[in-house]
Design a protein around this ligand. Structure first.
Ligand SMILES: [Zn+2]
Ligand SMILES: [Zn+2]
Length: 256
């Protein structure tokens, strides 16, 4: 299994996961034209996609789903709450499928497990993707770490984890207090120290790739995130900070 964080941040998110002939997207916050342009340097063509999984109805996650799924005629999966709240974003699509929060979905060589998370959306989930032998976790747009999340995100080989904001930077920012409270609240986003703490308490024996994602452009910096990662990860783990403008390299979980 290999993966590429196509883009991440408040302007649009997308993760591509591939195992043999099977390729899926998790979320797509921008048009198929932009997706194709971002993936061109990674040698991936959109006609290789088999399905799209969506995490929740916020526009940075579903804004481009219709434009990608329609042209390719591929199914879109989400929880029933997310599908009901994404009516406009999914309008006109013929195959929109509800997934049960407690069971996984098989698409070719990939098994996709939804994990319900606390975030200010109707029924948000994140995903763990299992390939033939590896396990990839994706976890962004979550206000706090729950015992259920700790239980699910064990034994990962690869992890795409939110590092949304630095608390001190946000306090100094021009963001109005009400917005700061929403972001830092129990249904907002993870701060750098929340994510660092989570990693500290997770068994990372198997982990080989960590991608920090959904960084706020106003309230965070790659340098702040890098400091957290250096404190908590062993030097054997490959680190990457996802960008809003450029696709990450492919991270191959078979190699390492
Ligand atoms: Zn988001
Ligand atoms: Zn969100």
């Amino acid at each position: 299994m290999r993966f590429c964080v196509v883009a991440s941040g408040s302007k649009g998110n997308c993760l591509l996961v591939q195992e043999s002939d099977t390729s899926i997207l998790i979320d797509c916050g921008f048009s198929s034209k932009k997706l194709a342009r971002l993936l061109e340097p990674r040698g991936f063509h959109l006609d290789g996609l088999d399905a799209i999984f969506i995490t929740h109805e916020h526009n940075d996650h579903v804004g481009g789903v219709r434009s990608v799924a329609k042209g390719l005629d591929i199914p879109v999966y989400g929880t029933s709450g997310t599908i009901r709240s994404s009516e406009q974003a999914l309008q006109g699509l013929t195959e929109v499928l509800e997934l049960s929060p407690s069971s996984s979905v098989l698409i070719g060589d990939l098994e996709i497990e939804p994990v319900i998370v606390p975030h200010d959306a109707r029924q948000p989930c994140q995903y763990i993707v299992n390939g033939s032998n590896q396990r990839l976790g994706m976890l962004t747009d979550i206000g706090h770490i729950t015992p259920f999340v700790i239980e699910q995100y064990k034994n990962l080989d690869g992890f795409v984890l939110e590092f949304n904001h630095d608390t001190a930077l946000m306090k100094k920012s021009a963001y109005p207090p009400v917005l700061q409270e929403r972001i830092a609240g129990a249904y907002g986003h993870l701060s750098n120290s929340q994510s660092e703490n989570f990693l500290e308490n997770l068994d990372l024996t198997q982990l080989r790739f960590l991608v920090a994602a959904h960084l706020s452009q106003q309230n965070n910096s790659p340098e702040h995130v890098r400091e957290c990662l250096d404190r908590v990860l062993s030097s054997e783990v490959v680190q990457h900070i996802a960008s809003q403008e450029e696709a990450s390299p492919w991270f191959d979980l078979h190699i390492g």
